[in-house]
Ligand binder design. Structure first.
Ligand code: SF4
Length: 404
């Protein structure tokens, strides 16, 4: 019997991350891309500084671009669609992409600029259609260049999750608000952790997958990802033309005890779209022995209250923009919170469209426009994304009022 060819994933480590990119790409077979329109799709979701493990390291993107431009006469684009209320160009500039964007051989595109394309997803389990970037039909080849991240909502965010940036503007948020209790009940028979969001992300694989993947673990992100954990310098690159295989290797290196169950959207994709790839055994790695690259990362906490005993966060179907605001609020004001709240009398916060009256304490701050429907049952703070300073101001005002 002929053995089925396994997908190849190469792993390289070098303190000079450009060298690591070259080493990793040299080991995989990339088709002839001359004449193609290629999208470099880093993860540039936020206006943050470079090398924090939040947005993709520009050095990794530049090295990928240089590698391909030296080999293929292609039309190179670079772009993303960040989280809501974020300016795409500013996010690129703040995260260190300015020089790259000035390169005459590379065209910057804001993926939200053109009128979106509506895609039907007849095989979608929960997502039946979605609006995606208006550039979609101009692109022949997509290169996903994500940061290797732990993620509070999805377990981990890797090369496929990075493709969520192809969804048009606020339609991304709709993925957080889908409800299908029956489907969840059915899937829970075979999967421990599964949410509507995981199913919706997996459904996207019916309309697009990346053609080439360069996972940036120069600075990986552990703990409270996607943006409030810690950067961990790994100087590592993972490359493949098979996104699922690359994502599995990224998990093997950073969460060796996990299975795909821990990143449910990948498990669903492995069951429905790429059934021959489930574990490390189904993949050929270069080098064959990748043990020396293993570095366990702190997983995402199951609940934010693990770290903040005096904060109770009720998060039902929020998106990562709201979650990031809360994490930053807690991180930047720890001293203030510790002074005024205890585990017996905690600071109660609620985010997300799915919160119900029965989830709330009487003194809960309802944060973000998604909680508006519960505004009678707590202190509502508007915003989408809600603003950290406004939340703090409201909390302080209420404390002053209560002390009178
Ligand atoms: S209010 Fe918060 S959870 Fe709702 S869409 Fe806006 S940022 Fe996301």
């Amino acid at each position: 019997m002929v053995e089925k060819k396994k997908p190849i994933v190469s792993v390289a480590r070098n303190i000079d991350i450009s060298k690591a990119v070259h080493l990793a790409l040299d080991k995989i077979e990339i088709p002839n891309l001359s004449g193609k329109t290629i999208l470099l799709k880093p993860n540039v979701g936020r206006e943050v500084d470079p090398k924090l493990g939040i947005n993709t390291n520009p050095d990794v993107v530049e090295a990928t671009f240089n590698y391909l431009r030296d080999r293929y006469e292609a039309n190179f684009l670079i772009g993303d669609s960040p989280i809501i209320n974020t300016d795409t160009k500013k996010a690129f500039e703040q995260s260190g992409f300015t020089d790259l964007l000035n390169n005459k051989d590379l065209q910057f595109i804001d993926l939200d600029k053109l009128t979106p394309v509506k895609k039907e997803i007849p095989n979608g389990k929960i997502l039946k259609n979605i609006r995606i970037t208006g550039y979609f039909h101009d692109i022949d080849y997509i290169i996903s260049i994500p940061v290797l991240k732990m993620h509070m909502h999805c377990g981990a965010s890797l090369s496929f999750k990075n493709m969520k940036g192809l969804i048009y503007k606020r339609d991304k948020i709709a993925l957080h608000h889908l409800q299908s209790p029956k489907l969840i009940e059915e899937l829970k028979k075979s999967m421990r952790k599964i949410k509507e969001l995981d199913i919706a992300i997996a459904d996207l694989a019916n309309i697009f997958v990346p053609d080439l993947v360069v996972i940036d673990a120069s600075y990986a992100h552990e703990g409270m990802g996607p943006s409030s954990g810690n950067a961990v310098k790994l100087d590592t690159i993972i490359a493949s033309t098979n996104f699922l295989a690359a994502d599995i290797i990224a998990l093997t290196l950073t969460q060796p005890e996990w299975s795909l169950e821990d990143v449910p959207h990948l498990k669903l994709i492995s069951e429905t779209i790429l059934p021959s790839i489930k574990t490390l055994k189904d993949i050929k790695t270069i080098p064959e022995n990748i043990n020396k690259f293993v570095k366990r990362l702190e997983p995402p906490p199951k609940s934010i209250t693990i770290k903040y005993q005096n904060v109770k966060l009720i998060d039902i179907d929020s998106c990562s923009a709201c979650l990031s605001t809360i994490f930053n609020l807690l991180k930047n004001n720890k001293e203030f919170i510790d002074k005024h709240y205890t585990s017996e009398k905690p600071l109660n916060l609620a985010i997300g469209k799915g919160i119900k009256k029965s989830d709330l304490y009487s003194d809960t701050y309802l944060i973000g426009n998604c909680t508006f429907h519960q505004k009678e049952n707590g202190t509502f703070i508007q915003g989408c994304t809600p603003v950290e300073s406004t939340i703090l101001k409201t909390i302080k005002e209420k404390l002053t009022l209560n002390s009178k």
